[in-house]
Design a protein around this ligand. Structure first.
Ligand code: GDD
Ligand code: MG
Length: 396
């Protein structure tokens, strides 16, 4: 695969934010002994290197009541070397959708000779393992894991830690293009292969999203990420005193992290999770507040933003969902950060008022924060889960 080098890198304390990198060639051919000419603007990543990193990566697929055909397409696009971890919050009562997902995954693994894990977010054994291991921030009043994509992602990351993987990458289950899934996973692997720090993150940016309906969905969606990026950049600009537009992936659902980085971040519930990851990095490592982790600060935190080639097409979920569940919590995580100064707070309020997402004189609600993964007693969690995971594994 051939990828453009980042045009420039913005530094914020020990955080290095790379500008967008373009995928230039999905397949860059065999290893050639001697490169014809060096070009520092372009990086060629050999297949073997990509495979080495894919082998160390778990691809986490959060799913909640999606069409089975879409799910089957998504898993078919995950590179063979990656471990698939599906975290489902699909209904089990009237129709047992989880059972259907598990069967589909099992079939897939049987025919492709590969391994995968599938867990249900509401599984009481999983919740009990968390209680035993002292990690309870994602549990609800019923003592099960709460609803929410972030809660599912966190449960799956803990499972990935128990399987001793080095990287986790997220891919939604409602993607119409298996080719896009394949490209995302490769971009994750490439980001990690070029990272100089073991504390790194790759966030995907779509070249274009086809418009399949004339409703407000796609327009709004473009607006959601545009507004989140604008507010995030305002926060950085006001901290550094230099205007910047470096953040282009504030909401990126398709993203990946080294587990070393994933373990030390504070998360937020629901769809605030992706903006909050960036906010946690800025809070912990920009040098304004006390450092969150000395070793990580020494290595530096590296953020890559990669623009993929495949179009992104997913299920349409409606306009209100975007406003209430995505824009508002995302901006709230910026607003309530101790890094957020007056100007950015005002910008956020103005944007939310304009979108009718808050009333005059109303503040966005505080995000529900979730402790870093490293606060879990992993040994205890792993010992409960190892036995139990045998029944989660779809490998026979
Ligand atoms: N396990 C689990 N639990 N999965 C969930 C839950 C849950 O409670 N809620 C949603 N999901 C799954 C969905 O089935 C889908 O596969 C994925 O999480 C994303 O949810 P969507 O509802 O499709 O989100 P979206 O398309 O509006 O937004 C996506 O893209 C945004 C921009 O990249 C999400 O990935 C956002 O997090 C992201 O910011
Ligand atoms: Mg979606």
């Amino acid at each position: 695969m051939r990828i453009g080098s980042p045009g420039y890198t913005e530094c914020l304390g020990s955080v290095r934010i790379n500008d967008v990198q373009q995928v230039l060639e999905l397949d860059s051919g065999r290893v050639k002994e001697l490169p014809l000419r060096e070009n520092i603007d372009v990086q060629k990543i050999e297949e073997e290197v990509i495979k080495d990193f894919e082998e160390r990566m778990a691809i986490i697929i959060p799913i909640k009541d999606e069409k089975l055909e879409l799910f089957e397409g998504v898993i078919s696009g995950v590179p063979h070397e990656c471990l698939i971890i599906v975290v489902s919050n699909s209904q089990r009562r009237r129709v047992d959708r989880f059972r259907t997902e598990k069967d589909a995954l099992k079939r897939f693994c049987h025919f492709t000779h590969r391994e995968a894990l599938i867990i249900h977010q509401k599984d009481p054994v999983l919740a009990r393992a968390l209680v035993d291991a002292g990690y309870t921030d994602i549990l609800g009043e019923d003592e099960l894991i709460r609803d929410g994509k972030a809660e599912g992602m966190i449960a799956a990351m803990l499972v990935a830690m128990a399987t001793k993987k080095d990287f986790v990458g997220f891919i939604d289950a409602d993607n119409y293009f298996p080719g896009a899934v394949w490209e995302y996973a490769r971009c994750y692997a490439i980001g990690f292969s070029t990272a100089k720090s073991p504390y790194s993150m790759v966030r995907v940016l779509w070249r274009y999203k086809p418009k399949i309906s004339t409703g407000m969905f796609f327009n709004r969606w473009g607006r959601v990420s545009e507004i989140t990026n604008k507010c995030m950049n305002s926060l950085i600009s006001n901290r550094t005193g230099l205007e910047t537009e470096i953040i282009k992936t504030g909401n990126a659902g398709e993203h990946a992290m080294s587990l070393k980085l994933a373990e030390i971040l504070t998360y937020a519930s629901g769809y605030a999770v992706e903006p909050q990851e960036l906010i946690s990095i800025f809070e912990g490592f920009s040098g304004v507040l006390p450092t969150a982790h000395r070793t990580a600060a020494k290595h530096g935190i590296e953020i890559f933003q990669t623009q993929t080639r495949n179009p992104h097409l997913h299920e349409e979920k409606g306009g209100r969902h975007l406003l209430v569940e995505m824009l508002l919590p995302g901006l709230a995580s910026i607003y309530h950060s101790p890094l957020c100064e007056k100007k950015t707070k005002q910008l956020i309020i103005d944007e939310l008022l304009q979108q009718d997402a808050v009333r005059p004189n109303e503040e966005p609600p505080k995000p529900c924060l979730i402790a870093p993964l490293r606060t879990i007693n992993l040994k205890r969690f792993t010992s409960v889960m190892t036995e139990y995971m045998k029944s989660y594994s779809v490998l026979e």
